[in-house]
Design a protein around this ligand. Sequence first.
Ligand code: UD1
Length: 417
Amino acid sequence: MDKILIRGGIPLHGSVRIRGAKNSALPLMAATLLAEEPVTLHNVPCLHDIFSMEKIIMEFGAKTDFNGRSMTIDASSVDTYVAPYELVRTMRASFFVLGPLLARFGKAEVSLPGGCAIGTRPVDIHLKGLEALGVNIDIEDGMVHAEGKMKGTDFDLGFASVGATENLMMAACRADGVTRLSTVAREPEIVDLAELLNEMGAQISGAGTDLITIVGVDGFTGTEHQVIPDRIEAGTFLIAGLATGGEVTVLNASAKHLASFLDSLRSAGAEIGVDSDRITARAVNGIRGADISTLPYPGFPTDLQAQTMALMTVCEGASQITETVFENRFMQVAELVRMGARIEVDGNTARVEGVSALSGAPVMASDLRASAALVIAGLVADKGETAVHRVYHIDRGYERIEERLAGLGADIERVRE
Ligand code: UD1
């Protein structure tokens, strides 16, 4: 297992190129299972989760070619609709294969993904939506057995779940007739998926609003598609620059996808410059405390909550951070406190009292975004060394984060434990 060693206290300066969005690429890869012709995705990030999804679709019989940042998937020879626990357990996002397998074969058997560190994360909305489309669902020994001819329907998700919106969109594009999905997620990744599906021959409208209309079609063709930039990666690097008192520019990023996050940074005193696909953040007069509440898009993203908390530990004054999307997403707090942060948690709200400095410490990564928060805190800490253990969490969502932070001037390295 690797660990990341950081000797902090160095303001980060410079620019860093943002990779394609992991949370887009994963459902897009699942969507290619619908087509019986090759689909090429460009701007695919080289991440552990991407390799896991590639392995899953190869197990189904698809041929893949991941060359640089482009991945071609030929699912014409896929001949199974079963995704056992051994495949699904490595990554929750593998549950995305349920919708496309059902659409293609009229049946699918996919293991329930189980919870994870940040919450129980049920899939009840995915399953209720499929039932509304006419699919029979049986759950036996942790396996979802889904079968039935899908018929267009009206279904209100009740909560704008990202994964459920994606799974239902992929299933419904092969249903007979028209499906209207309401209270759907509006994330940029949903729009990206709808665009790929439409390029493959689907008829989806309304993605990006809270009502998506899908007219069922009979088949899908091959295409080429560019994955959108990773807004969470961009936000993480901008925070790292601000927290260290530096100035970081992210290239190949979308400010539009980060609007509410950038507004929060501005209200905390950051200067944000946007120039086509570049975003620069700096704080001339320091960062002030701010109140933040995570919400489904276009609200403040839960995936940037932990990193923002790391920034708030060293700002002027107090901040209040409320997590409304996941029930257990303050895993970073205990470790930040060990580094000198002053944070009190009450239910789903954390109150952060800014301190003048953090000190380095050995810390344990617990999940992907909490780990990024610990790396940021390590970059800030101007006394001692920070060792972030269990780096595999970070590698799920950031491509060689230590090399790219070193490129911005950080004293950071990866070592084998
Ligand atoms: C996706 C993202 C994840 C992000 C999250 C919220 C991917 C691969 N992952 O996860 O990084 O943090 O969106 O922006 O895109 N829920 C239910 N029942 C369901 C589905 C969800 O109760 O059937 C609950 C979950 O437990 C959670 C909340 O809804 O508390 C949000 O989940 P959801 O939007 O589905 O997130 P994911 O798609 O799992």
